[in-house]
Design a protein around this ligand. Structure first.
Ligand SMILES: [Zn+2]
Length: 141
């Protein structure tokens, strides 16, 4: 999103992708569940959702519950512009989930200066207009 010259940037909450591929994911979050696609052809778990398996080309899949924890693969600290409902600055991480796929989301429970690759996190379902995946640092894990 770009602001036009001379106007302040507006923090705007984007809506989640409501297409057929993502519907089960957000419906699961609304029920307090973290679901990903498991390929019918080869069993690969894949995220983000998509219509076809990148490993075997199968179009068949089922939604499965997955373990809600992992370790930080990479992260960034978002400083500007403000994005409600998140404080600024806040951490956004790409997480290696325990079941072998990656998931992106904001991280709470740790200061940006203390964030590091490899730290353990647990999924929490955030809510702001709609549910979204987020993480909380797991101290002592
Ligand atoms: Zn497959």
């Amino acid at each position: 999103m770009y602001a036009e010259a001379g106007t302040p940037a507006q923090a705007k909450q984007t809506s989640y992708p409501a297409g057929r591929d993502f519907a089960f994911f957000f419906e699961g979050l609304a029920e307090g569940r973290l679901l990903v696609q498991r390929c019918h052809g080869c069993g690969t778990l894949r995220n983000p959702p998509g219509p076809m398996c990148g490993e075997c080309g199968s179009l068949g899949w089922v939604p499965v519950d997955v373990q809600p924890h992992g370790t930080v693969f990479s992260y960034t600290v978002h400083r500007h512009p403000p994005i409600p409902p998140f404080a600024t600055p806040h951490v956004v991480a790409l997480v290696d989930m325990a079941d072998g796929f990656r998931l992106l989301g904001p991280v709470s429970g740790i200061a940006p200066e203390d964030m590091a690759i490899g730290l353990p996190v647990r999924v929490e379902i955030g809510r702001f207009e709609h549910p979204f995946p987020s993480f909380r640092f797991v101290e002592g894990a």
